[in-house]
Design a protein around this ligand. Structure first.
Ligand code: FE2
Length: 252
């Protein structure tokens, strides 16, 4: 019998190589067989080249996040952005290679992998990078979901939406009770953020998805300590906005 596939689903790395390396190490220790990346490889933090290189070395499927889009498409007008946000995008554009820029630009917005779907934001309008905060947002995405499970990121807050076959009942499950076998129904699961968590827990977040055939599916959210001070020192050295430092220490 074939061994179950064990995927590390990672998202919103945001140029935080210390967090990414800690997650990769944890995933290997957990017996992960494949990596999948839901986008926002760059933005906010100060190691964009290193993160792009590491993701490419993993050879994983990757979809495009909004920051990957802003940092790789010079036609995106930064006048519409907050000054702090614009300054990081400009800095990132200057600090990645032409090849990195091309790679980010050419990423797809969504894709299907062995029976599950990945997207950065929502499936109803992936190019608009809409945030899925509530049941209505999830409902809109479910209407375009053709696989039982879809993983997404973008809000940096881990969360599970479920739609049962009997109707439009969704449950936003509390994380403590979330790990384990998926019950019947369709799932739209936010895997949280590796490089800039915003759920009040300043540890890198990712999810392990185990698939034994097409029916026995289970998930496990993981939180991983990493060297926050080293990531902060990079931000200081690069002269990026102070606010980005606080976010790493507080997870907000
Ligand atoms: Fe993000």
């Amino acid at each position: 019998m074939a061994k179950p596939k064990r995927y590390a689903i990672i998202s919103d790395i945001h140029s935080n190589i210390e967090a990414l390396d800690a997650v990769i190490e944890d995933a290997h220790a957990q017996g992960v067989t494949d990596f999948v990346c839901l986008g926002d490889v760059v933005g906010y933090n100060a190691a964009p080249r290193e993160c792009i290189q590491r993701i490419r070395e993993l050879g994983c499927k990757v979809v495009k996040g909004n920051h990957d889009h802003y940092c790789s498409d010079p036609s995106v007008d930064l006048d519409d952005f907050q000054p702090n946000a614009a300054s990081v995008i400009e800095w990132t554009r200057r600090n990645i290679s032409e090849e990195d820029t091309r790679w980010l630009y050419n990423l797809p917005l969504s894709t299907v992998i062995m029976g599950f779907t990945i997207v950065h934001s929502t499936l109803d309008s992936p190019s608009h990078f809409r945030y899925a905060f509530d049941k209505q947002d999830a409902e809109d995405s479910f209407n375009y979901q053709r696989t039982r499970v879809c993983f997404h990121g973008h809000t940096h807050v881990p969360c599970i939406f479920r739609r049962t076959t009997t109707g439009a009942s969704h449950g936003i499950l509390k994380l403590g009770a979330a790990n384990g076998l998926l019950e019947q129904g369709n799932y739209f699961i936010n895997v949280g953020s590796v490089g800039q968590p915003r759920d009040g827990i300043p540890k890198a977040c990712y999810l392990i998805f185990t698939a034994e055939g097409m029916t026995k599916l289970s998930i496990e959210f993981r939180r991983v300590d990493y060297d926050v001070d080293a990531a902060v020192q990079r931000i200081k050295d690069a002269g990026l906005p102070e606010r980005l430092i606080n976010r790493l220490y507080t997870g907000q």
